[in-house]
Design a protein around this ligand. Structure first.
Ligand SMILES: Nc1nc2c(c(=O)[nH]1)N[C@H]1C(S)=C(S)[C@@H](COP(=O)(O)OP(=O)(O)OC[C@H]3O[C@@H](n4cnc5c(N)ncnc54)[C@H](O)[C@@H]3O)O[C@H]1N2
Ligand SMILES: O=P(O)(O)OP(=O)(O)O
Length: 165
């Protein structure tokens, strides 16, 4: 048993997924990878609609106190890709290093990584992180931030212990 266990929301942004035309393989990848950090208490597949994304993020964080929200999809350049804009609307402040680290590591896998405009940051006492849409993109990005997530969440919640080891 870990000392801390956090609540987690997986929010999949996909027009096809929301219409039932595509199985949400990316949400499944997140679910498998995030198990060590906490319990997935919230999960939805919604269209790439800015207002719906904002509303869902605010509900999950402000109403339900979800500690960590991982989004997948809608971070690129397609006309309906609005996840970064919706996320920016709700963040109190950004964690630029997380988004930078994901892009830097991903550039070693594919030059297309530079097309993801993913953001990461904090609203209240919750962390919100955007991941790209494809299962491969999810895996390659989430594995970069995963080692820092539990520590980051603990610090955000006010853990006073010394960081040095
Ligand atoms: N480390 C990596 N980083 C990135 C990759 C990558 O392969 N590795 N891909 C890059 C590409 S290409 C783009 S473009 C950008 C932005 O991607 P988006 O966030 O805009 O992705 P979407 O357009 O929403 O989806 C792309 C593609 O993925 C499939 N898809 C989407 N959602 C699902 C789902 N829920 N389940 C299964 N498959 C899904 C589908 O074929 C979409 O067309 O990111 C770069 N970063
Ligand atoms: O239906 P979506 O939103 O998953 O988008 P794409 O066009 O990238 O398949």
């Amino acid at each position: 048993m870990t000392e801390y266990s956090f609540t987690i929301g997986i929010l999949t942004l996909s027009d096809k997924g929301a219409r039932g035309e595509r199985e949400d393989l990316s949400g499944e990848v997140i679910r498998e990878m995030i198990a060590a950090v906490g319990e997935v208490t919230h999960y939805r597949v919604i269209p790439d609609d800015l207002e719906t994304i904002v509303e869902t993020l605010v509900d999950w964080v402000d109403r339900d106190g979800v500690d960590l929200v991982l989004t997948t999809g809608g971070t690129g350049l397609s006309p309906r890709d609005v996840t970064p804009e919706a996320t920016a609307r709700v963040l109190d402040w950004e964690i630029p290093g997380m988004a930078e680290a994901m892009r830097a590591a991903s550039m070693k896998k594919t030059p297309h990584a530079m097309l993801s405009r993913a953001r990461a940051g904090v609203r209240r006492q919750s962390i919100i992180i955007n991941l790209p849409g494809s299962p491969k993109g999810v895996r390659e990005n989430l594995e970069v931030v995963l080692p820092a997530l539990t520590h980051g969440l603990k610090k955000l919640k006010g853990d006073p212990t010394d960081c040095a080891r």
